[in-house]
Design a binder for this molecule. Structure first.
Ligand code: CUA
Length: 334
């Protein structure tokens, strides 16, 4: 009995130490959404359970190794013990109750984290290799930075242009895959103003690790001001426009593979491209005029530049106007 009392006390002390050890490591990023609060609350309960389970196994093990080891002169076998219905019932019932309790708390937290606010603001998210686009239907606005107001539920309606990506802002905790051919949704209520980073959390090709977008959470007033400023910036449509082309090059991720400064990435640089003579993989040459660049954007495999791989570039669906804007921008990179 004395041995059992000592072990029980050691288990309790160890549980507390392990729990505080784990929580003091600061493994989690800031808690910046209402959903994060619910999820972290559940995680905390699970950390308590984990600390206790760890201790209830490891403490008696180490205690037995130290206290009950064979003393000098002891030669006999240990006592043969078998069967104890009372203990077996106890060690079946207690874990069963713990698992049922955790299942209930898990279901409750899931329901809480997915709660729908009918007043939520919609942001349409487009994921593509390798970047993000955000469309605000209430404002008719498209951006590459995600700006959202604090303390308001945001409904992200997400589509992919190519492969599976995954929408993840660690500070918001929730993560949702973006799957081609369907719209997936996630609802997030930011509760903290500040700058965060949206990361793609699904391996999606060469530049997956660069598939980030800035997330800016501001007050409702600041958000309104920002939206109006952005709307004012949308240029009037007066023929091809290099500034719009630069924005398109960023939005569509062209810049991930085509440098603007002469360095060679996955694809040829755009610096000095327009009007230059391009050597092709089949040995012929072609002048990089508007027709050639348009073809290379819409049908990337029609002509492969010498030294670059086939099928490296996805086929883009851009309007004639957008292609013209891009070419106008490439012309400025001499
Ligand atoms: Cu998109 Cu990884």
């Amino acid at each position: 009995m004395r041995q059992i009392s000592i072990v029980v006390v050691l288990i309790l002390v160890s549980s507390v130490l392990v729990y505080f050890g784990l929580t003091s490591l600061g493994l989690l990023p800031a808690e910046a959404s209402a959903q994060a609060e619910t999820i972290d609350w559940l995680l905390n309960i699970e950390l308590i359970a984990i600390s206790f389970l760890f201790s209830i196994i490891v403490v008696p093990l180490i205690y037995s190794l130290v206290v009950f080891r064979r003393k000098p002169g002891e030669e006999g076998e240990g006592e043969d013990i078998s069967g104890n219905t009372k203990i077996e019932i106890i060690w079946t019932l207690i874990p069963l109750l713990i698992v049922l309790g955790l299942a209930y708390l898990g279901a409750w937290s899931l329901g809480d984290a997915l709660k729908v606010d009918p007043q939520a603001m919609v942001v349409e998210v487009t994921a593509f290799q390798w970047g993000w686009k955000f469309y605000y239907p209430e404002y008719g606005l498209t951006t590459t930075e995600l700006h959202i107001p604090v303390d308001k539920q945001i409904l992200f309606e997400m589509e992919s242009q190519d492969v599976i990506h995954s929408f993840w802002v660690p500070e918001f905790r929730l993560k949702q895959d973006v799957v081609p051919g369907r719209t997936t949704e996630v609802r997030i209520t930011p509760i903290e103003q500040g700058n965060f980073t949206l990361r793609c959390a699904e391996l999606c090709g060469t530049s997956h690790s660069y598939m980030n977008a800035p997330v800016v959470v501001v007050s409702a007033d600041e958000f309104e001001n920002w939206a109006q400023e952005q709307i004012a910036l949308i240029p009037e449509d007066t023929g091809p426009n290099a500034d719009r082309g630069e924005i398109l090059a960023n939005q569509n991720g062209c810049v991930a593979c085509h440098s603007w400064d002469g360095s060679v990435l996955v694809g040829p640089t755009w610096k000095g491209l327009f009007g230059s003579e391009v050597e092709l993989a089949d040995g012929t040459t072609v002048v990089a005029d508007e027709e050639y660049i348009k073809e290379s954007i819409l049908e990337p495999n029609a002509k492969i530049v010498a030294g670059f791989p086939q099928n490296a570039m996805p086929q883009y669906t851009l309007s004639d106007g957008e292609v013209a804007d891009l070419i106008e921008f490439i012309k400025t990179l001499q």
